[in-house]
Design a protein around this ligand. Sequence first.
Ligand SMILES: [Zn+2]
Length: 56
Amino acid sequence: MSSPIAESPVRSRCDHSEVEDLGNAGIVEFYRCTRCRDVVVVQGSRRWAVTAIHED
Ligand SMILES: [Zn+2]
C-alpha cells in the first residue's frame, strides 16, 4: 500500500520560516508554510516538508 503523501527533504528554495499551526497527532506536529504552502511535519528534532497538493 502506497502513501497518499510523499515525504521529501526540506528544500533549499524555501526554509519554511513562516508557518501556521495545523495541530498535532500525538508527538507529531503539523504546520503549513505560509510562503510555499507546503506542510511541515515536526517530530522531535526531525522535520519533513510535504509538498502541498494545489487545488486551485
Ligand atoms: Zn515553505
